[in-house]
Design a protein around this ligand. Structure first.
Ligand code: CU
Length: 240
């Protein structure tokens, strides 16, 4: 290829990488604040859905509680992804010190929502000793589809690009599903069993928080973070 053309291609590639919204810049954050709080169900939550198990009962049991909406005793909602949706600059997106782990146990995926930095290699375990399968529906990343027979204790899935949510399903057990969240910045959390979350080391500023739940959908909330202070957020979500 002509030298001039190569130069033009390099320029074009550089311009594409610098497109707005795609470039997150890692910097030192000395005076960061935090965002913490909880996500609660507004109104009376529906009774958890039950799933009748018709296969591999000796390992999977006879009945499962659907993981698609888990509301605790105080109405805290588990498995809500809470993330800053408009941050351009902040602490570096460091690779996880221990790789994200995703298990298949009692014919359920654990955790149900797994968030990790893009570029991570997910360690997929099979604690059950029966055949499972991990099948993702992806758009930004290649779809991953691999059976995991009992003799194969760990398989790996490298997720290079940011993408959320990535649905994960087991083709052998129709009720088994989960979500992977691949992030291009480190400001995200997944609510615990009480609906609580915390996001730390946020540079002072005004942000938009995005909350996503698989059956309750998406909503946003503005938040102001001050240096070395905790911004408390309480959000309610409900079925639409
Ligand atoms: Cu399975």
């Amino acid at each position: 290829m002509h030298r001039l053309m190569l130069g033009a291609v390099a320029l074009l590639t550089g311009a594409m990488l610098a497109a707005p919204g795609s470039a997150y810049e890692g910097v030192d954050v000395a005076d960061g604040g935090s965002i913490s709080g909880d996500v609660k169900y507004q109104g009376d939550p529906p009774a958890p859905a039950k799933i009748v198990v018709t296969k591999d009962n000796e390992v999977c049991g006879k009945e499962k509680t659907s993981p698609d909406l888990i509301v605790g005793a105080d109405k805290g909602i588990a498995n809500v992804v809470v993330r800053i949706s408009n941050i351009q600059k902040g602490k570096k997106l460091a690779p996880a010190t221990t790789p994200p782990t995703f298990d298949q146990k009692g014919c359920e995926y654990a955790p149900h929502v797994l968030a990790f930095p893009a570029g991570s290699t997910v360690q997929i375990l099979n604690s059950d000793g029966i055949l499972h399968n991990v099948h993702t529906t992806s758009t930004a990343n290649p779809s991953f589809n691999q059976a995991q027979p009992k003799f194969k204790k760990t398989i790996e899935a490298k997720i290079d690009k940011p993408e959320m949510p990535i649905k994960v399903q087991c083709d052998a057990h129709g009720w088994m599903h989960a979500w992977w969240i691949s992030e291009d910045h480190p400001y995200y959390a997944v609510t615990d069993a009480k609906g609580a979350f915390k996001i730390a080391d946020v540079p002072p500023g005004d942000y938009e928080l995005e909350l996503w739940h698989e059956t309750l959908g998406k909503q946003t909330q503005k938040v102001s973070v001050k240096a070395k202070e905790d911004a408390k957020i309480s959000v309610q979500m409900t079925k639409k």
